[in-house]
Design a binder for this molecule. Structure first.
Ligand code: B16
Ligand code: MG
Length: 216
């Protein structure tokens, strides 16, 4: 019997990848690196600084900037990204998310967020669902990003349950790998690329039967 649900944010609760893409693409234009939609796929679930490192490596510019300069670039991208997030409303929740959270609340099943995004609390506020989460892991406290299981273990701790008592929802392979590395049941939310190792996959949460999930 499962006792809690742990959600990734981008790609599971809402699609912020399109805003990350615009902000990284524009920063890339400034520094002479072409960031296209295909390459953007590689940035999903990856932290802000790791994303910048991948972009610089992609453009052969990994040795062109000091740490201070890289921090300034990451901050600039984030300022643009946060501007784009201002237009988010509850209508930007992915299909079935609101209904799933409401059903979990009715059944007394607590939910937590395990997202690499430092903007997660702000995004959840804009989406009107922040109060439906008993816990949000602060990614600044993590030693390792996904695929390390640390973020999912911390999310289970916030819910006062063991990782194996939770169901984790992820749209990125690194996230599925992190969930499985701590023996959590993994639901893969598909958006094109296949997800390897997930216990169950769906295209949207409307396809899921909560009672069956809780029995896993
Ligand atoms: P921020 P997730 C991730 O969200 C995004 O997929 C990834 O593209 C982004 O770089 C990362 O959050 C950090 O976001 O710059 O807002 O701190 O999929 O882990 O919910
Ligand atoms: Mg994601």
């Amino acid at each position: 019997m499962k006792k809690g649900f742990i959600f990734d944010l981008d790609g599971v609760i809402t699609d912020t990848a399109k805003y990350h893409f615009i902000a990284w693409r524009d920063l890339g234009t400034e520094i002479g690196v072409d960031v296209d939609l295909k390459f953007n796929e590689q940035l999903k679930g990856i932290s802000r600084m790791d994303s910048l490192d991948r972009i610089l490596a992609h453009g052969g510019k990994e040795n062109d900037f000091t740490l201070d300069q890289k921090e300034a670039l990451a901050a600039k991208k984030n300022t643009h990204y946060v501007e784009l997030l201002q237009s988010l409303t509850p209508a930007d929740l992915l299909p079935g998310v609101k209904e799933f959270l409401d059903q979990a609340s009715t059944k007394g099943v607590p939910c937590a967020i395990a997202s690499a995004s430092k903007n997660a609390p702000f995004i959840l506020e804009k989406l009107g669902v922040k109060d439906q989460f008993a816990g949000i892991v602060d990614p600044a406290t993590l030693h390792k990003g996904k695929p390390d299981p640390e973020i999912f273990i911390k999310a289970a701790e916030l819910l006062n349950i063991q990782p194996e008592e939770a169901v984790g929802f992820e749209d990125a392979q690194a996230g599925i790998d992190g969930i499985k590395a701590c023996n959590m049941y993994a639901v893969g939310v598909l958006s094109g690329e296949p997800l390897h190792g997930a216990d169950l996959t769906c295209h949207e949460l409307t396809e899921l039967n909560m009672d069956e999930l809780l029995q896993k």
